[in-house]
Design a protein around this ligand. Structure first.
Ligand SMILES: NC(=O)c1ccc[n+]([C@@H]2O[C@H](COP(=O)([O-])OP(=O)(O)OC[C@H]3O[C@@H](n4cnc5c(N)ncnc54)[C@H](O)[C@@H]3O)[C@@H](O)[C@H]2O)c1
Length: 354
């Protein structure tokens, strides 16, 4: 039986543990957290394994066959280099690092040593992506209008941009990653502006990050996009998460981990001869004669479970072919979002360079 280890027994670690407990072909051999009580809590929940506060000691004693690395964004580097040195396949949570040079060095080492490594972009495993990709493959999308608005996570490191990377890098990286994944192209240039001052120290002690940002993106295939995102929502009414893919004769609304809705012109309108099937008339009023055909695809799979299982299978078999978010690709999504941060800092458009 292959031995699995986990480093970082916090919120997302617990999410993965729920999945591991369904993988009866694995031994849950080691749990590590600098706060050892957390690792002990995981051992108790798993009903097996040993707790450690030092991952090197855990590697020496447990000799895991695969490892999940679930530490905060600013804690990457040494753990990965040690894991690569030992040739252990690893799954690491996004963002893989907050320093692009470090992320690039780790990605280069992974490639050089042919380590099977994946990142936690679980949304890539959702069944709705088949419908989305089919729509996009028709080649009609010219623009995307995207948003993600939520609240402030409880974890203390999140409130400081130095330790979290900021809201766009830490959270909206999921949407930015999906833009790359779905469009099948890479970002060329980003221009981001950020806003602060709405969330006070009184409301959130230690808060030092952007409340919101808006980004303009040009992609290499000519598609343009906007991303409006923030953590300012006080309640669910303000919550927002949608990516509207626009074409000249159709539209797709993509709700991350939720649904895909494709709107096309109805057959009745299309059949009308000698009449423009325009949706908007000259004065901006919607053409009442235009009939919509709506096709909805809902999320029906446990994409998080599938994501973890795909990595586990790859680590066991040595075949990484089914991993949808390989480490080197996750590096690109980090580069994409860090370019946005750079643009916020400089006030200038920034080329996304991998
Ligand atoms: N894929 C997703 O949807 C998703 C969701 C939530 C969080 N995340 C990501 O997961 C990562 C962790 O987030 P979280 O919410 O679980 O944070 P957390 O603070 O709840 O847990 C992180 C744990 O790592 C431990 N840790 C830090 N450095 C360590 C080290 N060197 N060795 C051992 N343990 C160490 C901390 O003590 C803590 O218990 C972040 O990068 C976050 O962006 C991903």
């Amino acid at each position: 039986m292959k031995k699995l280890a986990l480093i970082g027994c916090g919120g997302i670690g617990a999410y993965h543990l729920e999945h591991f407990m369904r993988f009866t072909d694995l031994s849950l051999a080691g749990f590590c957290d600098v706060t050892v009580e957390r690792a002990e809590g995981f051992v108790k929940k798993a009903g097996q394994g040993r707790a450690f506060s030092d991952y090197v000691e855990m590697y020496d004693k447990v000799k895991p066959d695969l490892v999940f690395i679930c530490v905060p964004p600013a804690c990457h580097g040494n753990i990965e280099f040690e894991t690569i040195k030992r040739g252990i396949p690893f799954f690491v949570e996004k963002p893989i690092a907050l320093d692009l040079d470090l992320a690039g060095e780790m990605a280069a080492q992974v490639e050089k040593h042919k380590i099977i490594a994946a990142s936690g972009f679980q949304c890539r495993y959702d069944n709705i992506n088949d419908a989305a990709k089919k729509y996009i493959a028709a080649g009609k999308v010219l623009t995307v209008q995207a948003s993600r608005v939520g609240g402030i996570p409880e974890v203390p490191w999140w409130r400081n941009k130095f330790t979290s990377g900021g809201q766009l890098v830490e959270q909206t990286i999921h949407q930015m990653d999906m833009l790359r994944y779905l469009l099948g192209t890479e970002p060329d240039t980003v221009y981001s502006v950020a806003g602060r001052g709405w969330i006070s120290q009184k409301e959130c002690p230690g808060y030092y990050t952007d409340d919101l940002s808006t980004t303009l993106i040009t992609f290499k295939n000519g598609v343009t996009a906007t991303m409006m995102t923030g953590c300012y929502a006080k309640n669910g009414v303000c919550w927002e998460s949608k990516m509207i893919f626009g074409a000249r004769d159709s539209r797709m609304d993509y709700v991350l981990c939720g649904s895909v809705t494709v709107y096309t012109q109805g057959a009745k309108t299309a059949a009308k001869k000698g009449k423009s099937a325009s949706v908007i008339k000259g004065d901006g009023v919607r053409d009442k004669d235009s009939e919509e055909h709506v096709e909805v695809t809902k999320s029906e799979v446990d994409f998080g479970l599938l994501c973890d299982r795909t990595f586990v299978d790859a680590a066991i078999s040595g075949n990484a072919g089914k991993i949808r978010s390989p480490y080197g690709d996750a590096y690109k999504s980090v580069a994409f979002t860090l370019a946005c941060n750079r643009s916020m800092e400089t006030g200038l458009p920034v080329k996304v360079v991998y």
